[in-house]
Design a protein around this ligand. Structure first.
Ligand SMILES: Cc1cc2nc3c(=O)[nH]c(=O)nc-3n(C[C@H](O)[C@H](O)[C@H](O)COP(=O)(O)O)c2cc1C
Length: 207
């Protein structure tokens, strides 16, 4: 039995291309793995802590091996809760829109809370950085209004796919699978969604 955590990051819900593709993925996954618990974390509804002065100073204290002041300890505890919840998953699905060539700020906030020294990565002056979230796959389902094919000029505008692949790799994922839903703002959007849905169903069988 493996727990699958779906991190939903589009606010468009039923109208969202990434959410609808992710739901097709999950429907197939549930049929293939009926005993596996599946949880969706909707980042537009979840209470993700702000990564403010207190949280950031708590992070710097951890990096310098210094004790936390009171407020920092409480802020760090909230960070630890978010990280523990994430690490409770054996498999991760992230569905995300492209916003301004990157990711929605709610997903960036979640990542800023998640990526922490001693919790999701470590640093050794001799060996450098190591990810601590190992041994599990992540499936990315990324919707974009336009298209950013590799090898073309527009590929350089894509800070969604490369960033998400980099940050999940940084915290330890080596099995990173990416499925694109694109373009969603052109006349063929519904056909593109249907094609992405078929790819998602096939990807879920292998997940
Ligand atoms: C705030 C905002 C910014 C966007 N920026 C881009 C962009 O930079 N490039 C792009 O191709 N599409 C952009 N789009 C279009 C979305 O990527 C597209 O509608 C996609 O389907 C959104 O995913 P969703 O349907 O899962 O919400 C943007 C949409 C919004 C609302």
């Amino acid at each position: 039995m493996a727990k699958l955590l779906h991190i939903q990051t589009s606010p468009m819900d039923d109208l969202s291309f990434s959410v609808r593709t992710a739901r097709a993925f999950l429907d197939t996954y549930r049929k293939a793995h009926p005993a596996d618990p599946v949880e969706t974390l909707d980042l537009w509804k979840a209470d993700i802590p702000a990564f403010d002065f207190t949280a950031a100073s708590g992070k710097y204290k951890v990096m310098r091996g210094l004790p936390h002041a009171d407020g920092e300890g409480r802020a760090w505890q909230r960070v630890v809760e978010v990280v523990d919840h994430f690490k409770s998953a054996d498999k991760v699905l992230v569905s995300s829109p492209m916003w301004n060539f990157g990711i929605p700020y709610r997903l960036k906030q979640y990542i800023d809370v998640l990526v922490q020294p001693g919790l999701t990565f470590s640093y050794d002056p001799k060996t450098g950085y190591s990810g601590l979230v190992t041994g599990r796959p992540v499936q990315l389902i990324l919707a974009r209004g336009g298209e950013y094919p590799q090898g073309t000029q527009s590929a350089g505008f894509d800070h969604q796919r490369p960033y998400l692949e980099l940050i999940f790799g940084f915290i330890g994922f080596t099995d990173i699978r990416t499925l694109l839903v694109e373009p969603t703002m052109r006349p063929a959007a519904e056909e593109n969604l249907a094609a992405a849905t078929r790819m998602a169903q096939a990807a879920a069988q292998r997940f």
